[in-house]
Structure formats: structure tokens, C-alpha cells
Design a protein around this ligand. Structure first.
Ligand SMILES: [Zn+2]
Length: 257
């Protein structure tokens, strides 16, 4: 009895079992150690089956991420319609988010400051001005970071680490392109910038082999933003509406990883 308790009650389901469950016969999944943040699919014409190459951090991913990868291949191999593109893009965001959290901030690449400096003005807000204001108001000007807009209509904001030409560490905050919209209230854009700045002050750490990103200390800091509740509500209720309206107007765009 005692020994049994030490076994995980529900071991994470493997890719093979998931493929069986979904009735997918023509797909094999391979781990490619050279892949860090991307995944790709290839058609093996001789065998007549698809091969999905995934980065090592996805090998033990939770079931929903494994399922998202499989669904992504099934969509990637299908005839494209407006709807499949939309679902595929949502899957890509879900998978990319997971990979980002596993790998921690990325700091391999050299980043040229000039790429973002002086280019932070959006349709309504200048990100650099807002960052300066938040830094002075809530962080005693302690946070050193560059900020930029993500690609148009992107939905995820994130923090990454880079190096400049002189090997100095750079914190680079990317704000989801969807926030570059005239209907976004100031407390909301400041909320998302505050969230990413809080990641710099309260850095992720490892516990029992897991990356703790939004730990207790982080959450307390995040909630010290005076408009936190208002922003959280807006992000949950109003941002999706903005995305929906925006999508109607947007042309189809192909995202390639
Ligand atoms: Zn976060």
C-alpha cells in the first residue's frame, strides 16, 4: 500500500497513447535536440507518413500541449481555410507560450538597441514613455528595460533577455500587438507593462525542477499595481472582444515557426 502511494496516480500520457486515442496513424513524433523553441513537420514520401520534430522541452509536456502539437500537425496538413488558420494560430501561441516558460528568458542573441529605441510610438501610446512613467511611479526607477511592440495582432506579451554589442544584459519587453489599438484604456496598457516589469523585479526561479514564473512574491507585486483588478477584468472581458472585431477586419496572415 505504502509503495503504491509513491507512484504517480496519473502518469502523464505519452505521445503514442495520445495518437492512438485520437486515431492518428500516419504521424510519428521525434525529439530533435537541436530545436530549442520551434517545431516542424515533414512529410516522409517514402513511408507516406508525417514526422513531427519537437524540442526536448516538449517531450514531457502536459497532455494539453501534446494534444495541441498533434492537432497543429493535423491542421498544417489540411487544406487551409480561414477557420483552420485561426485555430492553428491559437495552437501555435499555446505551444510557444509553454516552450517559453520551459526555457526561461532567452539571452543567446545579440540585440541592437537601435531596433527599438525611438520606435515605440503606437497608434495611441508611446511604450517607452509609459515604461518611464511606471518605472518612476512604482519601481523607483530601478528597472532597466527596453520595450517594443510585438507583431500586429499578436496576443502575447513577454519578457526576454538579450545581450547588446558590449555584452551587457538587456531586458526586452514585448507588448502584444493587439494592445496597439485606439480602444485600449491607459490602465490596461499600463497593467500589461507593469506585469512584464514585475517579472524583472521578481525573477522566475526553479523549485523541484519546475520553473516558477508567477510565484507568490510575483503575484503580490503584480497586485500592488493600483488598477490591477480593473486591468485583469478588462483583459478577460474586453480584450477578447477587441480581438474578435480586429480579426474580422484583418486579412488572413500565415504565421510560420
Ligand atoms: Zn507573466
Amino acid at each position: 500500500m505504502h509503495e503504491q502511494l509513491e507512484l504517480p496516480l496519473f502518469p502523464p500520457i505519452g505521445f503514442k497513447a495520445l495518437l492512438d486515442q485520437k486515431g492518428v496513424a500516419h504521424l510519428s513524433i521525434k525529439i530533435n535536440p537541436r530545436l530549442k523553441r520551434s517545431w516542424r513537420v515533414r512529410l516522409d514520401r517514402f513511408k507516406g507518413c508525417y514526422e513531427l520534430f519537437i524540442p526536448p522541452c516538449c517531450a514531457d509536456a502536459p497532455e494539453e500541449i501534446k494534444a495541441a502539437l498533434i492537432d497543429w500537425v493535423l491542421l498544417a496538413c489540411k487544406k487551409k481555410s480561414r477557420n483552420t488558420r485561426r485555430i492553428k494560430r491559437a495552437l501555435e501561441e499555446q505551444i510557444a507560450e509553454y516552450i517559453r516558460l520551459q526555457n526561461g528568458p532567452w539571452h543567446g542573441r545579440v540585440f541592437d538597441r537601435e531596433k527599438v529605441e525611438g520606435k515605440t510610438l503606437g497608434c495611441k501610446y508611446d511604450l517607452a514613455l509609459l515604461l518611464g512613467h511606471i518605472n518612476a511611479t512604482y519601481f523607483s526607477d530601478e528597472i532597466k528595460a527596453l520595450i517594443r511592440w510585438g507583431s500586429p495582432r499578436s496576443k502575447t506579451s513577454f519578457l526576454s533577455l538579450r545581450r547588446d554589442n558590449h555584452d551587457n544584459r538587456l531586458n526586452l519587453i514585448t507588448i502584444a500587438g493587439i494592445y496597439n489599438h485606439p480602444d485600449v484604456p491607459r490602465y490596461a496598457i499600463e497593467g500589461v507593462i507593469f506585469h512584464e516589469m514585475a517579472h524583472i523585479k521578481s525573477a522566475p526561479f526553479k523549485r523541484a525542477g519546475r520553473n516558477i514564473i508567477h510565484g507568490r512574491e510575483f503575484k503580490a507585486l503584480e497586485r500592488s499595481y493600483p488598477h490591477y483588478r480593473q486591468w485583469a477584468f478588462w483583459e478577460k472581458h474586453d480584450l477578447p472582444k477587441l480581438c474578435r472585431n480586429d480579426r474580422k477586419k484583418a486579412k488572413n496572415r500565415f504565421v510560420f515557426f
